[in-house]
Design a protein around this ligand. Structure first.
Ligand code: FAD
Length: 383
């Protein structure tokens, strides 16, 4: 496998690095403290093409490869995971799913707006009572003439308060488990849909996370995405690719932890010399460096498999599992290098640790990734 980046890939990576330095890094601490990323960032992300990277050009995307998408996601995650999440969800989970499953009319309606940043999407799967066991969701869409009437509640929805369109999963018949779940594209201004900001998060504090409440929300049948009853497969195929994006964001966190820890270790002196000269500090730094490389290689492998058209779902679970656990370890090791200064938010590593922590929870917890990998190894489902 040739791991050298092409000129185009290096150019798009550099574009993202410069964007982060200019538009993200100067505001990170303020956004985190205020629990609010400046929404104008969405148009800027769209303007540079970051919200349409892997979407076909005819729908406003750039039709790029998945390694380029990983590189951009990594750079955004290195800068701020809240900003990275906007792209991972609106492009990775919503626009890509519309591109794969949408009718021509749905693609024309939503993709140019989503890729330009004029509109933003959210992915409504989790409910208060069903997280890991998403196939047992209880939000209901009942057919009524030419419409569906939707009732239910969605929890922890990234981009939820900002979104213009909700990719919503709801039960359309009473079959148990995931059979009978369908996907819908619901305009967020549809009467009966209300949203409440989820406050007090440990990390991703700048991100617009919401609870969505749907009370007699009436949508035309043309909002159905893909065939009725196919919703759970649609959600799972979206999440398989989404896991690569989360993994790339985790590589970004781990790389940021390494950069900050190496810099600080060279500057801070204790016992008459830079702490980088103490062997146990070098152990912390080398543990971080090995995790960064391993997480990146697992993640790039997923991109390579996707771009070659090969099966990638188990590789994506391995990458997401490893990279998310690695991001937590790297940020924690970096905090140790910073000593007491790592514990206050004037320095970057505490936020990296808080932001990393959720990565082992969403888009399938670490336990769920292990069950997916175990099922692929044994042929036995142990969920
Ligand atoms: P539970 O499923 O209740 O799990 C609790 C614990 O039990 C975990 O440790 C889990 O691993 C373990 N467990 C559960 N089942 C098993 C099993 N079979 N074997 C072993 N262990 C098991 N959801 C969306 O739909 N869209 C979003 O945009 C979105 N964004 C999010 C953003 C944030 C900040 C957060 C915190 C969550 C977000 N989520 C989103 C929800 C997220 O995907 C869920 O929180 C996650 O799937 C876990 O579900 P849960 O929280 O209900 O935990």
């Amino acid at each position: 496998m040739d791991l050298a980046l092409s000129e185009e890939q290096e150019a798009v990576r550099k574009l993202a690095e410069d964007f982060v330095a200019r538009e993200v890094t100067p505001h990170v601490v303020a956004w985190d403290r205020a629990e609010n990323v400046d929404r104008s960032i969405v148009k800027k992300l769209g303007g540079l093409g970051f919200l349409g990277l892997t979407v076909p050009e005819e729908y406003g995307g750039s039709g790029g490869d998945h390694l380029s998408y990983c590189l951009v996601t990594e750079e955004l995650g290195r800068g701020d995971s809240s900003v990275r999440g906007i792209v991972s969800v609106s492009l990775g989970l919503v626009a890509k799913t519309i591109a794969s499953w949408g009718s021509e009319e749905q693609k024309r309606q939503w993709l140019p707006r989503l890729t330009s940043g004029e509109a933003i999407g959210c992915f409504g799967l989790t409910e208060p009572g069903t997280g890991s066991d998403a196939g047992n969701l209880v939000t209901r869409a009942v057919r009524d003439g030419g419409d569906y009437v939707v009732n239910g509640t969605k929890m922890f929805i990234t981009n939820g308060t900002w979104a213009d369109v909700v990719l919503l999963f709801a039960r359309t018949n009473d079959s148990p488990g995931h059979r009978g779940v369908s996907a819908f594209l619901v305009p967020a201004d549809t009467p009966g849909l209300t949203r409440r900001t989820v406050h007090g998060k440990l990390g991703l504090r700048g991100q617009a996370t919401a609870e969505l409440v749907l009370e007699d929300v009436r949508i035309p049948a043309s909002c159905l995405l893909g065939p009725e009853g196919k919703g759970f497969s649609i959600a799972m195929s979206a999440l398989a690719k989404g896991r690569m994006s989360v993994a790339a964001g985790c590589v970004g966190i781990a790389q940021a932890a390494q950069d900050a820890a190496v810099r600080y270790a060279g500057e801070r002196e204790q016992f008459g010399k830079a702490i980088a000269r103490h062997q146990l500090v070098q152990e912390l730094l080398s543990d971080i460096a090995v995790d960064v490389d391993a997480a990146r290689l697992l993640t790039w492998r997923v991109a390579d498999l996707i771009d070659r058209g090969q099966d990638f779902a188990t590789a994506a679970s391995k990458a997401k599992l490893y990279a998310s656990e690695a991001a937590v370890r790297c940020a924690n090791n970096a905090l140790q290098v910073f000593g007491g200064y790592g514990y206050i938010d004037e320095y970057p590593v505490g936020k990296l640790l808080r932001d990393a922590r959720v990565m082992t929870l969403y888009e399938g917890t670490s336990q769920i990734q292990k069950l997916i990998i175990g099922r692929a190894l044994t042929g036995v489902s142990a969920f």
